[in-house]
Design a protein around this ligand. Structure first.
Ligand code: ADP
Length: 297
């Protein structure tokens, strides 16, 4: 028998003596239980604190992530935009400064300078319009969508690029079907114009561009096909990024683009639960797929 047990027995004997009232519990056991209880509660509290802290940190991170992504995206947008604006502005400034330093500037060279400046200003205007469109592109609310035919949508868009096509003597061929689309007609018209505008811009003079509309399952496919300069396979995903211009387009000296059209188009198409992609080997095929609607939608 160990010392503690003997002690306990002695106490029991002592309390067995007549007149003594035995204690209800052994004080040592109570003390031991209290210590154990305190320790358990301490560990439990610590665990709860750690768990609550961890969960709070995780949930806060999850809630803040989209906000952080939006802030990052806006920063990237501003950086890209200022970078694009800097080049034509620098060129404008340099031209003007050089001309002002020239004491023998003739009326003829001043006129040429103004013409060149005007060209830069037109480009800057185009760029600022595209930037504004990209920043504010928001199709009308879904409950304000209207139903229209794909033929109507394409015909309206064709009118907008006909002048440009005529200038390059490009024939636009149509193969249209009648299907309904539910959406923002103006925004989707812009998508068609962007694709046609590119097809004409990156095609040789006196060539042709085809626009097709096909019904497939529950969707409408719109294809814009050209036989122009083409797009390298490794660049086919990047062309939908803001400010991206493929090597061929840059090398070809096409100055009227800023690499914004397709990113605007992608944004609009995705807002309509559609997709936009590019394919083709000898020709360039841009395809937009949109959900088909019913006439009564
Ligand atoms: P951009 O104003 O430069 O045409 P986009 O965003 O509309 O801007 O197009 C991005 C890039 O994709 C263009 O710079 C060009 O390199 C390429 N691209 C678009 N459409 C065509 C096409 N039909 N043929 C060849 N390249 C194209």
């Amino acid at each position: 028998m160990n010392i503690r047990a003997m002690e306990r027995q002695r106490m029991v004997f002592r309390f067995e003596a007549p007149g003594d009232r035995p204690p209800l519990f052994d004080p040592e056991i109570i003390q031991e239980a209290r210590t154990r209880l305190l320790l358990t509660f301490g560990i439990l509290n610590l665990g709860i604190c750690l768990l609550a802290g961890g969960a709070g940190y995780f949930l806060a991170g999850k809630t803040l992530r989209p906000i952080q992504e939006m802030v990052d995206e806006q920063k990237r947008f501003i950086t890209d935009a200022s970078h694009e604006l800097r080049t034509p502005l620098t060129s404008l400034r340099t031209e003007i400064e050089v001309a002002m330093r020239d004491k023998k500037l003739t009326a003829n060279s001043a006129r040429k300078l103004l013409e060149s400046n005007l060209e830069e200003v037109v480009h800057l205007q185009l760029l600022s319009d595209s930037l504004l469109s990209l920043a504010t592109t928001q199709t009308v609310a879904k409950n304000a969508y209207t139903t229209f035919t794909v033929t109507d949508l394409i015909e309206v868009s064709l009118k907008k690029v006909s002048g440009m096509a005529k200038k390059k003597k490009i024939e636009i061929k149509k193969q249209l079907t009648n299907a309904f689309i539910l959406g923002d007609k103006q925004a989707l018209g812009e998508v068609i114009v962007i694709m046609l505008d590119n097809a004409i811009k990156y095609s040789q003079k006196s060539s042709s561009v085809t626009i097709k509309a096909i019904k497939k399952n529950n969707s409408v496919q719109i294809h814009v096909i050209d036989q122009g300069i083409g797009i390298a396979k490794h660049e086919r995903l990047s062309i939908f990024d803001r400010f991206y211009r493929a090597d061929k387009a840059r090398a070809g000296g096409e100055t009227s683009g800023y690499g914004l059209g397709l990113s605007i188009a992608k944004k609009i198409v995705e807002e309509h639960q559609g997709t936009i992609s590019v394919s083709g080997n000898t020709e360039t095929i841009f395809t937009v797929v949109l959900p088909q609607a019913k006439a009564s939608d």
